[in-house]
Design a protein around this ligand. Structure first.
Ligand code: VGL
Ligand code: ZN
Length: 202
């Protein structure tokens, strides 16, 4: 059983959104074409309360992209994004949601960020995604979506930790920082992931 994890293809992460990933819109048709090739498709949705502590606006004197310590963890500060119930938090209109069996929301605790679809950044609480996939008999997980150097990277890392054979579909993701993604890829390869192109998925 192989599953496609569609990570955070939300308005705020595509051009026109609050935390736009360059070229983020270019992956959507690829993700749509990939979906029928999988036994199971699930999506994640970054879903922050308005006062989320990953927002620079919640820290006086701090700027977007500053790095702070938050409850003992390094935290990059972001523009307000993916606020629950707003347009920016909605999935892109271009994304085909018909085959998506479940949506896992993350980043709902205002005190801690959650890049991975599986766990928060402190690995304290699970979203139940791992159990869900295991319950469906999934052994192979393919990761696509946004952003390559944050939520896709952390999701793939946790997928490996959970024992899934893990693939990152390189042309079905885009990075906030291309250099950041190069480092992320090295780390994922070293941990046992496979980086592939969408053309080899059948
Ligand atoms: C993400 C930064 C903040 C992502 C989410 O989806 O990669 N990045 N929140
Ligand atoms: Zn976020």
């Amino acid at each position: 059983m192989k599953a496609l994890l569609v990570i955070d293809i939300q308005n705020d992460f595509i051009p026109g959104g609050a935390l736009a990933v360059p070229g983020g819109d270019e992956i959507i048709s690829i993700v749509n074409q990939l979906q029928p090739k999988f036994d199971l498709v699930v999506a994640t949705q970054d879903w922050h309360p308005a006062q989320h502590k990953s927002f620079a606006t919640q820290h006086s004197g701090k700027n977007v992209f500053d790095i702070i310590q938050l409850h003992g963890l390094e935290q990059s500060l972001w523009p307000d994004h993916c606020v629950q119930g707003t347009w920016g938090a909605e999935f892109s209109q271009e994304l085909d949601m018909n085959r998506v069996e479940a949506i896992f929301r993350k980043g709902t605790n205002p005190e801690i960020d959650s890049y991975s679809g599986f766990y928060d950044n402190g690995h304290q609480k699970s979203t139940a995604l791992a159990d869900y996939l295991k319950g469906k008999g999934v052994r192979e997980v393919y990761v696509a979506g946004l952003a390559a150097d944050f939520c896709v990277y952390f999701t793939a890392k946790d997928a490996l930790k959970e024992g899934f054979q893990t693939f990152v579909i390189e042309d079905a993701t885009r990075a906030i920082s291309p250099e950041g993604f190069e480092k992320a890829k090295e780390d994922l390869l070293q941990k046992g992931a496979t980086i592939i192109k969408s053309t080899v998925v059948h």
